[in-house]
Design a protein around this ligand. Structure first.
Ligand code: GAL
Length: 682
């Protein structure tokens, strides 16, 4: 199709080819099927095929003995049908012979037990011997295919940290951690002071004496954990970078650049995705809406039962927006759920139309490609119960026609509305700061079981979406120019505040909504001497004197709850008792008379975690003050604004009438049916 290329300036081979993709495992099938598969992919409208990310044991059946023939042939078969390839490095699955030779490659769990061979991701990021073997196989692969015209992009490994695999408590991790600490602190006295090791006689005599923070009698020092989490993230980043450097070298001579991607997962925080994002060209992620609803959602059963065939209306969008921010605006869906999956507690079939809806939704958030997992359902091994686009007997799955419809629609839109496909990192009207170290900090020290960083960010995200606001994410080191791009920036739960951020808050034109738990630690994981939120009084004349965490059943009601509600609403999970100085104004109080929301110039401070009603009303009011137009959308109806386009989608079972007055209908109708998609040009 190639329509995306006009919006890209960077001579990438991938975005000249990309639109619809599929994950394909030729090694699972008899060769007699390969040609027919390639033809059928082309006919369906697929242009991009991801290959080989779990194939190490086939590529190198014995140490140093390579077999490239099958991959050569399969690439040729696909390329001859005009399909482009994303080649995966096979390092998520070290082969048995390698593990038997070097058992120290295996990761060690928090319980000190070695995790065994027999599934995948069975390696420790700190194993030097594993890194050498990864560099070797990636070099061989990149040298062989780096200049192949059909290989337009590379995927490193597969889903870092999926199955909780970023962290490992191996001897290799211990040695590498000690070195990392020595580099960071130079002298052991500095570490002891930073961590506060005078407490409980934890003083270390040397870096070599430091252990990993697992398996202690009771909780280990949070500063110890925090550095271990930072170290763990750095290990993932450097592991990935070793591969990207090899691939860049091997592809440097190409006329068209071969992009590098990694496929991130949903609700995964074991490493800082912004740091990995710096080393790749185009982040991607694996979107399994029904699996996530059952497996990774905080919603109660009633909500999940309502959306069990559609997915959480905001979970996919949040990740689309987050991973767009992790790169420079280019991103894609590497694995899109194509039918029932096998790995969640319950695995229902998507409602008719949802696979098409999810695909459209991704494109409306700027995806350059949507690739389905997988081509044909495997009749064997772990994922035999996971749908593909074809049944195990090669007949089409019930969802294949939806994908064909989507392919046709995209093609039609691309002929007249090329602008719709412009990619940019900044397309929303409000921004939320997302910070991986804050996720680590509150995992280490939740203080109350309900305090979860992602859940807090998600609540803010969902409230914005339900008001029809399109959201961008920015990192904690976003620049003043980035802040000024928005009328409102939210920074919920940001655990530490830097001098640079203070300068930005002082200068930005954006209304900054901070808290709860903002700036409540130093970077060394101590309570700041001037008390949280650790901002100068001229910015925010507030001091947190005491905090409390609350069980999920407790709500601290606002003093002025609207009578139109038959329940009280206010703060939940977390509350801060604050003193408010003369420069700040309390704008909302709790029924007990204490401050709930505080205002000072362009800063708004939340002293707790607002429940859904309070949050929606508050954001609506603040957005109104900033001149942002809001809507009131039912929980299954969402709209994404992209320049002069609006994509409306319906996750609910009910029809919804869109106010499309004055707009041109590009796809769909103003009556948005269940699973419906409507694209408007305003
Ligand atoms: C992903 C993974 C794929 C496949 C898929 C099944 O997490 O990358 O290899 O296992 O899940 O849904």
């Amino acid at each position: 199709m190639g329509f995306l290329m006009t919006t890209q300036k960077n001579n990438s081979a991938l975005n000249k080819a990309a639109t619809l993709g599929v994950c394909y495992y030729p090694e699972h099938w008899d060769r007699a099927k390969w040609q027919g598969d390639a033809e059928q992919m082309r006919e369906v409208g697929i242009t991009l095929v991801r290959l080989a990310e779990f194939s190490w044991a086939l590529l190198e059946p014995e140490a140093g003995k390579y077999d490239w023939q099958w991959l050569d042939d399969s690439i040729e078969t696909l390329a001859n049908e005009g399909l482009s390839i994303i080649l995966g490095t096979p390092t998520a699955t070290p082969p048995k012979w390698l593990i038997d030779t070097y058992p120290e490659i295996l990761p060690v769990g928090i319980d000190g037990q070695v995790k065994k061979f027999g599934s995948r991701r069975h390696y420790c990021f700190s194993s030097e011997v594993y890194r050498q073997h990864c560099q070797r196989i990636v070099t061989e692969m990149a040298n062989r295919y780096g200049e192949h015209p059909a290989v337009v992009a590379w995927q490193t490994d597969n889903e870092y940290d999926c199955h909780d695999t970023a962290v490992s408590y191996s001897d290799a991790a211990l040695k590498a951690f000690q070195l990392w600490l020595a580099n960071k602190y130079a002298d052991i006295t500095a570490l002891n002071k930073a961590w506060g090791n005078v407490f409980w006689s934890m003083t270390y005599p040397s870096f070599a004496a430091i252990e990993l923070p697992n398996q202690t009698v009771t909780e280990a020092n949070p500063a110890h954990w925090m550095d271990f989490r930072r170290f763990t993230s750095d290990q993932v980043v450097s592991f990935n970078r070793e591969q990207t450097e090899i691939i860049r070298l091997a592809t440097a001579a190409r006329a068209e650049k071969a992009d590098i991607t990694h496929n991130f997962m949903g609700r995964i925080f074991g490493f800082d995705h912004f740091d990995v994002g710096n080393d790749i060209d185009i982040p991607s992620w694996d979107s399994y809406p029904l699996g996530f609803l059952e497996d990774r959602s905080d919603h109660d059963r009633a909500f999940r039962d309502k959306f069990y065939r559609a997915g959480d209306p905001d979970f996919q969008a949040l990740h689309h927006d987050l991973y767009r921010a992790v790169g420079d605006g280019r991103w894609g869906v590497m694995e899109q759920q194509p039918g029932p999956v096998n790995w969640a507690p319950y695995n229902p079939a998507p409602r008719a139309g949802m696979v098409r809806l999810w695909s459209w939704e991704a494109v409306a958030h700027g995806a350059e490609f949507v690739s389905y997992f997988r081509w044909r359902q495997a009749p064997f091994a772990q994922e035999q119960m996971h749908a593909g686009l074809l049944l195990p007997n090669s007949e089409p799955s019930p969802y294949l026609p939806e994908i064909q419809q989507f392919a046709k629609e995209l093609q039609q839109v691309s002929q007249t509305d090329i602008d719709f496909f412009a990619t940019s990192r900044e397309t929303g009207s409000v921004a939320i700061v997302f910070d991986y170290p804050s996720a680590w900090a509150w995992e280490i020290q939740p203080q109350g079981q309900a305090f979860d960083y992602f859940a807090l960010v998600f609540d803010v995200y969902r409230a914005c979406r339900s008001l029809g606001l399109s959201v961008d994410f920015i990192s904690a080191d976003a620049t003043l120019a980035q802040y000024n791009r928005y009328k409102m920036v939210f920074a919920p739960g940001l655990f530490t505040v830097t001098e640079e951020q203070q300068a930005i808050f002082a200068e930005t034109t954006a209304c900054c909504v901070l808290g709860p738990r903002f700036g409540s630690k130093t970077k060394d994981f101590s309570i700041p001497e001037s008390l949280p939120p650790n901002l100068s009084e001229s910015l925010l004349d507030v001091k947190v004197q005491q905090v409390e965490s609350l069980s999920p059943d407790t709500v601290l009601p606002l003093a002025d709850c609207d009578a139109e509600y038959d329940y009280e609403y206010g703060l939940q999970y977390w509350r801060e008792y604050v003193t408010v100085g003369s420069q700040a104004t309390v704008t909302q109080v709790l029924a007990d008379g204490s401050a709930a929301v505080i205002e000072q110039q362009n800063i708004r401070y939340l002293t707790g975690w607002p429940d859904e009603t309070m949050l929606n009303k508050l954001i609506k009011t603040l957005a109104g003050e900033q001149g942002l137009k809001t809507l009131e959308l039912p929980e299954g109806i969402r709209v994404r604004q992209l320049g002069s386009y609006q994509l409306w989608i319906n996750y609910s079972d009910d029809n919804y009438e869109i106010d499309s007055a004055g707009a041109e209908l590009i796809v769909g109708d103003s009556l948005l049916m269940a699973s419906g998609v409507t694209l408007l040009k305003i």
